[in-house]
Design a binder for this molecule. Structure first.
Ligand SMILES: CC(C)(COP(=O)(O)OP(=O)(O)OC[C@H]1O[C@@H](n2cnc3c(N)ncnc32)[C@H](O)[C@@H]1OP(=O)(O)O)[C@@H](O)C(=O)NCCC(=O)NCCS
Length: 194
């Protein structure tokens, strides 16, 4: 009974149309997320066109990807998302063109306020924090992009990194918290000279 009361309280934060849309998104994306083969990829690409706020071109979404609040997600062309990744657009997410996201990555654009002992965090409203992921970004497996972060054009995030600060263009970041280890443009120069 207590839990039902809590659910009703939470539902009050949303309009009926939002609840219906979120449930429909969860149903369709959830069912399509388990469809294997190229057919599954094609079905998920079509569903993204329906649920995303805007998506240009084609999204290549592997099985078992979770996307919530797609209506607050905007993407350019060539978005690739690998299996097991969790994307929550509650605070808004903007993907540029040619963004490649590895497996088991977390990109969640909302935060639970933690200040003060009461009320319990579970019952607090999520604070929206927009994430921007610019053109030509590659995010390695298992990485976490914290709410409010901007990944600059050409950023590479290493496997299992936790990104807590905005990144610089064409830079490679690894570790927890993620630190810059190199500039991709320097790597290209060295290879050209070799
Ligand atoms: C970040 C990455 C692209 C860097 O590749 P690279 O330029 O070849 O880097 P290097 O192998 O020369 O490593 C440079 C240094 O960073 C360290 N490093 C590399 N990747 C790291 C990572 N993910 N976490 C922590 N340290 C890392 C290396 O140990 C090395 O440290 P050292 O100089 O002390 O020896 C790569 O290591 C990576 O993590 N790729 C993601 C792979 C992946 O997730 N694939 C599946 C999803 S599509």
């Amino acid at each position: 009974m207590e839990y039902i009361k809590f659910l009703i309280e939470k539902a009050r934060c949303y309009s009926l149309s939002t609840i219906v849309r979120l449930e429909l998104e969860s149903l369709v994306m959830g069912l399509l997320s388990v469809v294997p083969t190229i057919l599954g990829v094609a079905l998920r690409a079509s569903a993204s066109k329906l649920f995303f706020k805007q998506i240009d071109g084609f999204a290549w979404i592997q099985p078992r990807v979770t996307i919530i609040h797609a209506e607050r997600i905007v993407s350019g062309t060539h978005l690739g998302i690998n299996s097991g990744t969790y994307i929550n657009g509650v605070g808004g997410i903007q993907f540029g063109n040619h963004v490649l996201i590895g497996n088991n990555v977390t990109i969640s654009s909302g935060e639970h306020p933690i200040n003060g002992a009461q009320p319990p965090i579970f019952s607090r409203l999520v604070r929206p924090k927009k994430i921007v992921i610019n053109d030509d970004v590659w995010i390695g497996a298992g990485a976490v992009i914290m709410p409010g972060i901007t990944l600059a054009k050409g950023t590479v995030i290493g496997a299992n990194a936790i990104v807590t600060k905005d990144t610089e263009e064409y830079s490679v970041y690894v570790g927890v918290p993620a630190r810059k280890i190199k500039d991709r443009r320097d790597m290209a120069c060295k290879q050209d000279l070799a």
